[in-house]
Design a protein around this ligand. Sequence first.
Ligand code: 5AD
Ligand code: SF4
Length: 483
Amino acid sequence: MSNFLDLNKKIDESRQGEVTTIKNKIKGGKKLFLESYGCAMNFSDSEVVASILCDNGYTTTTDEHEADIILINTCSIRDNAENRVRKRLTNFKNRKKRQPGLIVGVLGCMAERLKKTLLEEEQLVDIVAGPDSYRDLPNLIIEVEGGQKAVNVLLSREETYADIAPVRLDKKGVTSFVSITRGCDNMCSFCVVPFTRGRERSRDPKTILKECQQLFDNGYREVTLLGQNVDSYRWNMTSKGEIKDESIPTTNFAELMAIVAEISPDLRIRFSTSHPKDMSDEVLHVIASYENICNYIHLPIQSGNSEVLKRMNRGYTREWYLNRIEAIRNIIPDCAITTDIITGFCDETDEEHADTISIMKEVQWDFAYMYKYSERPKTLAERRFEDNVPEELKGSRLTEVINIQRDNSHIKNKFQIGKVHKVLVEGTSKRSEDFMSGRNDHNTRVIFPKGDFGVCDYVMVKITDCTTATLLGEVEEILKPSK
Ligand code: 5AD
Ligand code: SF4
């Protein structure tokens, strides 16, 4: 550990000159407004961006009207995500007319996907920076201040921002994301992520442990280990499992979770997202053996039909997925499982859709994120198949799926009435000042009256009522911190 700290110090010292020069170039006290769209990874990346720019003389603001620079961290996963960002950028373009000197930049997946179009053809922004180029932002800002437009959309095979201590933008100080992998090698045929976020790479476990320990020391009580595909995390191993460097220990995802869970029994561990083909029994046994690793697995299925899964290039069948569900339920009997479902993928027939409905009834996921298929440029599906399910049919299939899931979620929640749940208190309820809000082990929101406890405490709550999405209850006990 101490070698590792020394190494970090050396990197910091060697960068000192370069950092100071850039700091001097950016005139002090400028305000940065960061807005994030899309997945948790984007929100986590924005904290890396904030860290890089705060190190270079910026301060963050939550008021866009006082900002000198506005950066939008964007998502390309579906067409409507991009449309929302475009509307926002058009607003900012108008603001720029009133506030000359305001710098607007696009970060993340749209930056990578659209590259120069946003800058040149549409003239919406000054900076375009892809997910692997955030260290370059101070230079890009200087280019813009010098009257140029600035782009860096190079993807990297190594960048994990491992040495950067993110600036936490969520000020509650209870829960935090910690990114452990970047990119994705899976090439699901519908997905744009491998093109916008590049090849999969895992972050040095020592830096992950250090970041989690610091969060715990600063009072945080929950970390979510993040990646596009966390269960394929591997350190010092090739994708075939060969050791890269004999002098360094290897670490897989199960081992990484155990290391992080050892920080303290009072630090909750979550992780997202897992891919069914990589969800090993070893991971499940680690979850089962640590009380502080939450019994909650997000395991996207996408479709319940094996032929559709093949067209989606998901690498598993309906039977394989059901086998993983069985393994979860055997190894971790009380585990919440959630999923993602896409309706109306290319060539999806009524019979194939019926298989999604039947698997929903069979598995009874606790919660699901459900989407209509949205064709994305450059993806395998765009090149190989026709987006031939009519919008209306995609929509009616989606409605059917949503209705079944709503019933499943409600039944699951009703089953909790009378049971007692351990809840981490996160803050005041959005609906009422008299109530507090937190989540249980299963990641379900729980609302309960205020009492003699505060944010970051663990409380035992007896569930008295529920809605489809929320549990309501009374605090029975305030837990003391572990020794
Ligand atoms: N259309 C619809 N949904 C998509 N997702 C990813 N790409 C698409 C697309 N082209 C969904 C998948 C994935 C989640 C993050 O977004 O369900 O698991
Ligand atoms: Fe996209 Fe598939 Fe990778 Fe998830 S696993 S990010 S859906 S390519």
